[in-house]
Design a protein around this ligand. Structure first.
Ligand code: GTP
Ligand code: MG
Length: 307
């Protein structure tokens, strides 16, 4: 069983290589030439930190503090500053508005293929491992195979799941799942939804309708509206995130597929654009590869070269 830091480190290996490749001289010394600065800037862009973040990081490095033993320390400090408040509390204990007698309902949103269905199952599995009573709701009624996909995960991981038929009203399925969860005493309800394009207003209207219908089940529902973002799209996913946020105010983020991409730096810009916590990150396809977002493990995974 890999520990958290090892999982982040292995999942972020491509992004780390993008940053540290050919930069050994920079990371080991304090005297940068103009060419070194250019190389570093290029490396940060390659890791898809985005222009505002790159400018901030370079600025921090140029003003190395006495507390920074090395340039790597300065980068770590700058990233910590930029990511303040980014670590979501996956126990949901810090949800100040939570009524403990109610299940906490998490609605997963995102574009096609972002990783919503697999993530729904993985989150449910994670909470089940933490001894929570978790119910899945299969609210993607658009794609024929969606319900089967979630059911198969639920069977494999022995999770409870309210299924649906293709073509059914997604909001009605969500309502039924929450009603069932409420009456049967579940603590967490995780709703998978259909993938939708962020430029199709009818699809975004459907999400708003789902929220309105859930509020009829209980005015507090859904307490959590998390956007699932494909991390391999990097900063290209920023615009979609903003459009979703306008349709339904987001309360959290999940960034999937950080493994197999060098664009893991984009997470910083995405967080800074939305300022909602990152709850989980996807570092591979197995259930255990979805990990609670850890600021320290992320930064170590990006910058630490030693084994
Ligand atoms: N490598 C890797 N693959 C992932 C990760 N998360 C999801 N995937 C894969 O991404 C693909 C799409 O995942 P789904 O969960 O079906 O995505 P979705 O958002 O539900 O897709 P739609 O319902 O079609 O919108 C699957 O092959 C997943 O195994 C991850 O963190 N890492
Ligand atoms: Mg899906």
């Amino acid at each position: 069983m890999l520990n958290l830091f090892k999982r982040f480190k292995s999942g972020l290996s491509e992004t780390r290589q993008a940053i540290t490749q050919r930069l050994v001289s920079i990371f080991s010394g304090n005297n940068f030439s103009a060419a070194d600065w250019a190389k570093l800037e290029e490396a940060l862009y390659k890791a898809d930190f985005g222009s505002a973040t790159v400018a901030h990081l370079i600025h921090s490095l140029k003003s190395l503090k006495s507390s920074d033993a090395t340039p790597t320390d300065a980068l770590k400090r700058a990233l910590l500053e930029l990511l303040e408040g980014a670590e979501g509390d996956v126990s949901l204990a810090s949800n100040a508005t939570a009524d403990n007698s109610l299940p906490q309902v998490v609605m997963l949103l995102g574009v096609n293929g972002a990783g919503k269905t697999t993530t729904a199952a993985k989150i449910a599995h994670y909470w089940k491992q933490q001894n929570r009573q978790v119910l899945l709701g299969s609210c993607d009624t658009f794609r024929a195979a969606a319900n089967q996909q979630l059911k198969s995960w639920a069977d494999r991981l022995q999770l409870d799941c309210i299924g649906s038929q293709q073509g059914a009203d997604a909001a009605a399925v969500a309502f039924d799942a929450c009603q069932a969860g409420l009456h049967r005493g579940y603590e967490r309800i995780v709703l998978d939804t259909a993938g939708r394009l962020h430029n199709k207003s009818a699809l975004l209207e459907e999400i708003k309708k789902m929220v309105r219908v859930l509020q009829k089940c209980n005015p507090a529902f859904p307490q959590h509206r998390w956007l699932v973002i494909d991390g391999s799209l990097g900063t290209n996913s920023l615009q979609q995130a903003q459009v979703f946020n306008e349709a339904v105010p987001l309360t959290g983020l999940i960034v999937t597929k950080l493994d197999g991409t060098s664009k893991g730096g984009a997470l910083v810009s995405i967080f800074n654009a939305l300022h909602v916590p990152i709850y989980f990150v996807g570092l591979g396809e197995q259930a255990e590869d979805l990990q609670p977002f850890s600021l320290n493990a992320y930064i170590e995974g990006l910058l630490t070269q030693t084994p």
